[in-house]
Ligand binder design. Structure first.
Ligand code: FAD
Length: 312
């Protein structure tokens, strides 16, 4: 994560400023407000604004006038109930805004989540930094054979080194080409006045998916949890998961009761199909069920056994 001294100063100045307010604030989230949380080699996630807290969820669910006089345990019980029964609209009353710096290939997956407001750094107006993602060797793995969307065995040292060299060399070459096409120095003057400076919107064409982009991303608590349930999941790509994990930490700070309920009833819970449920009932009744007698496909059987922590 590389921030310029000026960016550091801007963040520090913002963090030094405090305003009295009647609105709800959350001390644990205030602690990291504006502060970039490093992700991958050059990326970060930072919370730049938020609205509401656990009490706002409760207040909306009860449609009450103020904070009320109920005990914390009652609020927790209500939040758990809302989460369990997918009564989702009270969670939409809270909002959060992030500033994220992320590789373009992660951004392509992330942008599929349509229920957020996004404003991306424009490489038509501005020049992208020379920052590209290079995985650390422990994340370099071969193509998985079972799951076509996943990774298998970690690469041996020599093979990993070769991959890293190719990734670095290609990115270096691409950026050198970008800089040449731009033909601009830091002040915007041509480096070689004899050559034209290609429009920024065209000069970026050869940059690879590993280069970093940035955006502001604002969403409500309900949709944030939907995003996290998909992207902090073990099936999500590691690089997207790295961001989701950092955001899960911000969720924990922001709305601890909602976060607990989310982990209990969504993130670490399981949805079982009707046939899967019948299999569990038969097993509990002492019947020896295997895949062939289960009514489940091989893949579904494997997934069910994994959820039950039993060998497939
Ligand atoms: C592990 C994984 C693998 C994936 N693989 C692929 C892939 O191979 N190819 C690919 O193209 N995508 C892939 N995706 C993306 C995936 O299909 C979704 O587009 C993405 O996860 C966003 O989910 P979402 O639509 O639920 O989220 P959001 O866009 O945030 O929407 C949230 C919810 O709002 C509702 N909603 C939003 N917009 C509409 C609408 N227009 N109409 C009806 N309901 C709407 C839906 O209920 C939706 O679930 C993958 C995602 C994951 C997590």
């Amino acid at each position: 994560m590389r921030l310029t001294p000026q960016q550091h100063d801007e963040i520090a100045a913002q963090r030094d400023e405090a305003r009295p307010t009647r609105r709800a604030t959350v001390p644990a989230l205030e602690e990291i407000l504006y502060e970039p949380q490093p992700v991958l080699d050059h990326g970060f996630v930072r919370v730049v604004d938020y609205m509401g807290d656990d009490a706002a969820v409760v207040q909306a669910a009860r449609v009450s006038y103020g904070r009320g006089t109920r005990r914390v345990s009652e609020d927790r019980g209500l939040i758990n109930y809302l989460m369990r029964h997918r009564h989702t609209t009270p969670f939409e009353m809270c909002e959060i805004k992030y500033h994220v710096k992320l590789p373009i290939f992660v951004a392509r997956q992330w942008i599929r989540h349509r229920t957020a407001n996004v404003n991306e750094y424009s490489a038509r107006y501005s020049i992208l930094d020379k920052e590209f993602y290079v995985p650390s060797p422990e994340h370099l793995a071969a193509q998985a054979t079972v799951n076509r969307q996943g990774r298998g065995e970690i690469l041996e040292e020599a093979a990993a080194q070769r991959v890293l060299n190719i990734l670095r060399e290609d990115a270096e070459r691409a950026y050198a080409g970008y800089a040449e096409l731009l033909n601009e120095d830091a002040s915007g003057s041509p480096i070689d006045p004899a050559r034209p400076s290609l429009a920024r919107e065209l000069a970026r064409l050869n940059l690879t998916l590993g280069f970093y982009t940035q955006w502001y991303w604002k969403t409500d608590l309900h949709n944030l949890m939907h995003f996290l349930s998909l992207r902090a999941d073990a099936h999500a790509q590691y690089e997207a998961r790295a961001y989701a994990d950092a955001m899960l930490d911000t969720l924990r700070r922001w709305v601890p009761m909602t976060c607990d309920a989310f982990l209990e009833y969504r993130m670490n819970a399981a949805t079982i199909s009707a046939t899967g449920l019948a299999v569990i009932r038969r097993m509990l009744a002492g019947e020896a069920v295997d895949q062939t007698t289960s009514g489940l496909s091989t893949r579904e059987w494997r997934e069910l056994m994994a959820r039950l922590g039993r060998p497939a």
